[in-house]
Write a protein that binds this ligand. Structure first.
Ligand code: ADP
Length: 257
């Protein structure tokens, strides 16, 4: 069977965005941590071969993977071993080494990530994809067939990012991937002094898109310097800022999985 290493994975969720820098990896990590906090066993697969950022966000930059009889063993990101991660970054000699690969090599690597990794029993496998729709996305879909619960579309509130996300929508429809819903990230700025949220850009683009397309609007996450710092330092929001309002917004997303 093509995706036998996913045989004990209950749900595969793809995280997609039309363009880079809208917070797809950040949300993949935060969603995964939220699910773990809710008692689930979770894996994250970082398929952004050319710009893997998940290991840094989880303070796993110096980790490396090894092989067991059943395949590659992913890296555990929490002491209770409820969150495991696989990323190309674990296989590079230096963390700043570039990956300069053509399409076929990238898609072969993604196939291996899905079929040759010993994922074990997982409630959720969250797949963080590169921006856009490319061969890598097709490889993810082809190799995880039958396991994909759906895709989360991430956008910033501004119109350009929202029109980019429409292409993701078409991709999901053409490949018969159900769409779980839309998340609007970086919506408003949380002041580090007074914790008030100011609307820097327009807001509501993601919500309007969801409405127009008949999709669920899952959550609105503000641009929060505390969240950015946690990602930068590889720390977990729940440990550093347990009372953060942003965590509440992330939990809305977790509750909808
Ligand atoms: P993508 O995966 O879409 O390329 P990232 O998740 O890597 O985007 O996010 C890009 C940058 O923006 C990162 O430095 C990340 O920490 C920051 N970021 C993303 N979302 C937020 C947010 N809601 N608040 C603060 N910083 C954020």
């Amino acid at each position: 069977m093509e995706n036998s290493s996913l045989s004990s994975v209950k749900n595969v969720i793809l995280v997609l965005s039309g363009k880079g820098g809208v917070g797809k990896s950040t949300l993949s990590v935060q969603l995964s941590l939220g699910l773990v906090h809710a008692g689930k066993k979770v894996g994250i697969l970082d398929t952004d071969i050319c710009g893997p950022s998940i290991p840094r966000m989880l303070n796993l930059e110096n980790a490396s993977v090894f092989q067991c009889d059943q395949g590659w063993v992913p890296v555990f990101a929490t002491e209770d071993e409820k969150l495991c991660v696989m990323s190309i970054a674990f296989m590079l000699n230096g963390k700043d080494d570039p990956v300069i690969w053509r399409g076929p090599k990238k898609t072969a690597m993604i196939k291996q990530f899905i079929t040759d990794v010993h994922w074990g029993d997982l409630d959720y496998l969250i797949i963080d994809t590169p921006p856009g729709t490319s061969d890598e996305h097709l490889s993810v879909v082809q190799n995880s067939k039958g396991k994909v619960k759906g895709a989360i579309l991430v956008t910033t509130p501004q119109a350009v990012a929202v029109s980019d996300v429409r292409r993701e929508l078409t991709f999901c429809r053409k490949t018969s991937i159900p769409i779980i819903g839309v998340v609007e990230n970086m919506c408003g700025f949380v002041c580090p002094h007074c914790s008030e949220c100011s609307l820097v850009f327009s807001q509501g683009g993601g919500e309007a898109l969801a409405k127009q397309e008949g999709l669920d609007f899952l959550a609105r996450i503000p641009l929060d310097p505390d969240l950015a710092k946690c990602c930068e330092d590889g720390k977990k929001m729940i440990n550093v800022f347990p009372d953060s309002k942003t965590l509440n917004s992330i939990n809305q997303l977790v509750d909808k999985m």
